[in-house]
Write a protein that binds this ligand. Structure first.
Ligand code: FAD
Length: 332
């Protein structure tokens, strides 16, 4: 068996020598599906030589049986014009049954273009993956603001899906695992490049799906998030917000919860000043305990909460923080 022989291929998105969490999450899920199908998983790594050091071993430790590593100096950053050619060539050679990619900006761009090139069906932004009786890949796509989950089977070969971050769990690395490495050096020339990357700014990185405790803030804060940040810090939690706060530029998109943001898998989410639109609450489905604070007891957020506090957040939260301090849960 070589890395080309496995039926499930997963594109591992990497930058600056590190693979994104969502890539490992997908790899973990692919490992499970491969077990059901009695096949193997191949990780696809793309980049410039040195940036890929150690990533193939890490991919194997995280569940890959083989790695197709595509390297070239001109693959130093994601550019559609080089990455799509390079991955397409590898896919044509390996002809896998399934190809999974993160539903991130670059992952979506890559998968969409590959689907067109390969005339393959692409299931976008799935939150569930399973195989049916005939071994086909079926993906769950939320529709109507998460009100329904449409189970969609993509046609063609490979069956392709982009997968939403935070819905699957990455495997713990197992360094005893072994796998096959196939290195490819595509024939690229500087003339292939239509874009020049002048600068690369890494924005705020927040792991909302991985957070245990999340303070969720909404428009009820009236644009002043100081109290939300104070509570977040006090609880050693992560701050998440509703979409309007991102739209208004108060907080980066990385912190948006909901159907067009991130889904939480937290133990506890404290939702203050949030009405509870389905677009938001679809991101709470996997939270163990939801605590809601709202002045209006009729708001739908209370239907999703385990503990409902009717009151003004500017009055409810300060004594809560004081109480936590008094009980030594947090330091003053
Ligand atoms: C296609 C589409 C996708 C969307 N995707 C998302 C998404 O992913 N995530 C998302 O969040 N939204 C999303 N939205 C927007 C969504 O529909 C809601 O508009 C948004 O979630 C509302 O945010 P909010 O609860 O902060 O604000 P509001 O709905 O304005 O609610 C504010 C709440 O604060 C309460 N409040 C006010 N003052 C206080 C106070 N002092 N103390 C306590 N409570 C107070 C009010 O009673 C009210 O319930 C989407 C919309 C569309 C159309």
């Amino acid at each position: 068996m070589t890395a080309y022989d496995n039926d499930i291929w997963v594109y591992l998105e990497s930058a600056d020598g590190a693979v994104s969490n969502v890539s490992y999450e997908i790899l973990g899920k692919a490992r499970e599906l491969a077990g059901e199908l009695d096949t193997g998983v191949t990780a696809v790594l793309v980049g410039a030589g040195d940036d890929l050091d150690g990533l193939a071993e890490a991919a194997i430790a995280r569940g890959a049986d083989g790695v197709v590593q595509i390297e070239h100096d001109l693959l130093d950053v994601y550019r559609p014009e080089t990455y799509v050619d390079a991955v397409e060539e590898a896919l044509r050679e390996g002809d896998p049954a399934m190809f999974l990619s993160p539903a991130t900006n670059d992952g979506i761009g890559l998968a969409g273009r590959l689907a067109v090139r390969l005339h393959a069906g692409l299931n976008a932004d799935v939150v569930r993956l399973e195989v049916d009786d005939d071994g086909s890949l079926v993906g769950g796509v939320p529709a109507f603001a998460g009100g329904i989950l449409a189970m969609v089977k993509a046609k063609g070969r490979p069956q392709m899906s982009t997968v939403r971050p935070g819905v699957f769990t990455a495997l713990e690395p197992d360094d005893s695992r072994e796998g096959d490495l196939a290195v490819r050096e595509p024939d690229l020339s500087a003339d292939d490049i239509l874009t020049e990357v002048l600068d690369r700014e890494v924005g705020e990185t927040v792991d909302l799906p991985g957070a245990d405790v999340v303070v969720c803030a909404g428009r009820g804060f009236d644009g002043d998030l100081e109290l939300a940040r104070e509570l977040t810090e006090a609880l050693d939690a992560t701050l998440g917000v509703t979409r309007p706060l991102c739209d208004e530029g108060l907080v980066s998109r990385e912190r948006q919860i909901g159907s067009t943001g991130y889904s939480l898998q937290a133990d506890v989410a404290i939702c203050a000043g949030i009405s509870g639109s389905v677009y938001f609450t679809s991101g709470l489905d996997d939270v163990d305990t939801v605590i809601a604070v709202n002045t209006d007891p009729e708001e739908p957020i209370f239907d999703h909460a385990d503990y409902c506090i009717e009151g003004d957040l500017f009055e409810v939260l300060p004594p809560l923080i004081e109480q936590l301090e008094a009980e030594g849960v947090i330091s003053a």
